[in-house]
Design a binder for this molecule. Structure first.
Ligand code: SF4
Length: 363
């Protein structure tokens, strides 16, 4: 089956096991073929020609009737600490050729993949590089999952040094875009990650600027870890820094966060990019003390990386540490994010700006 662009409506990266089984039944293939295909898919092997245990006619049919590779890898950059940034281009008309970015952040006992959910962003936060690019489209569930699969495949074909973890263990929706403005793609991808890929919801984090009804629906359907791009804790300032606040002000966000389902020992992360003289003042500490719920929330203070044409400057490291200490002394769990891969996943939409900090050692 094809859409109006003559393209298959099924994308292998995002197909559910039920849909694939139905398709194989129509093709009069034995049921066990679905498991074989999904085993390959889940390892990141999307080219049917590389699925060695399938008969040749099935490989050919898969290749012609399903869109097997939703993304094309355009560029990969590797930092000295193992962090890898990937630029993919979309294959699907009419967004063919549009680029998105994903990041792998390996550590000794875990490896996190930061994925994009949109091309650009529908919102317009004035300090955010992605926001300046405008909005070009939503990714499908398959295109979201395909980022993870491509990175799995890359890890398999070019492993990291043994001191780093070589399996993807955690997923964060913190790349390009506002995930909650693409509910169809994001919910579809979460359903696959939780049900088909069997990834625990404790290992998935979604970062949003605070679209309240969408957060409520996320909590009802897919209560993964939540991160909020807070950046200001009083309405006047947040209206300027995170304009969605004009629609969903802090009072509504507060009520929503208080009701978001949390498992044992879980918490909501509040992201706070520190802008010199803008949100790092004494009065901002007072606003944070009034807003943050220390029993359920942790505050992540993030260094801002200035970029050309943007009027904001980042707070100094010393000031960030002093700011954090003041909050900690008042009972708020505040951390200054250490510099490396985590910087890249600073907040929704920071990806493109932040990844420019990855030392380029292109392969
Ligand atoms: S900070 Fe997030 S919500 Fe705001 S413009 Fe950037 S990507 Fe969009």
């Amino acid at each position: 089956m094809a859409n109006q662009h003559g393209q298959s409506t099924h994308q292998l990266a995002g197909i559910s096991s039920e849909t694939l089984q139905d398709l194989l039944r129509q093709w009069q293939q034995p049921a066990f073929r679905a498991r074989q295909i999904l085993d390959w898919r889940n390892k990141g092997i999307l080219n049917p020609e590389h699925m060695g245990n399938l008969p040749r006619d099935l490989r050919r049919r898969l290749g012609s009737e399903i869109e097997c590779e939703s993304l094309q890898l355009i560029r990969r950059q590797c930092s000295a600490d193992g962090t890898r940034k990937y630029v993919f281009s979309l294959k699907r008309p009419p967004l063919q050729g549009r680029q998105i970015e994903s990041v792998l952040i390996p550590e000794t006992k875990r490896a996190t993949v930061c994925i994009s959910s949109q091309i650009g962003c529908v919102l317009d936060c004035p300090f955010c590089y992605t926001g300046t690019q405008g909005f070009e489209g939503n990714l499908t569930a398959a295109e979201i999952i395909a980022q993870i699969l491509a990175i799995k495949h890359d890890l398999h074909s070019d492993p990291l040094p043994q001191t780093l973890h070589n399996e993807v263990t955690h997923i964060v929706y913190m790349g390009m875009g506002e995930p909650m403005a693409n509910e169809a793609g994001v919910h579809g991808s979460l359903r696959l990650l939780l049900d088909d890929f069997r990834i625990s919801r404790r290992r998935i984090t979604l970062s949003t600027s605070g679209l309240v009804p969408q957060i409520e629906r996320l909590g009802e359907n897919y209560p993964v870890n939540l991160a909020i791009s807070l950046h200001a804790a009083d309405n006047d300032l947040r209206d300027r820094l995170v304009p969605i606040n004009r629609k969903y002000p802090l009072e509504r966000l507060r009520d929503c966060l208080d009701c978001y389902p949390l498992g044992r020992q879980r918490h909501i992360t509040l992201e706070y990019v520190m802008l010199a003289g803008v949100n790092d003042r004494e009065e901002d500490i007072r606003s944070l003390l009034a807003f943050v719920n220390p029993a359920r929330e942790r505050l992540n203070l993030i260094q801002f990386n200035p970029y050309p044409g943007n009027p904001f400057l980042g707070s100094s490291k010393e000031h960030m540490n002093a700011f954090a200490q003041r909050l900690i002394s008042k009972g708020i769990r505040a951390t200054v994010r250490r510099s490396r891969g985590e910087d890249i996943m600073a907040a929704c939409g920071q990806l493109k700006a932040e990844t420019s900090a990855v030392q380029s050692a292109e392969h």
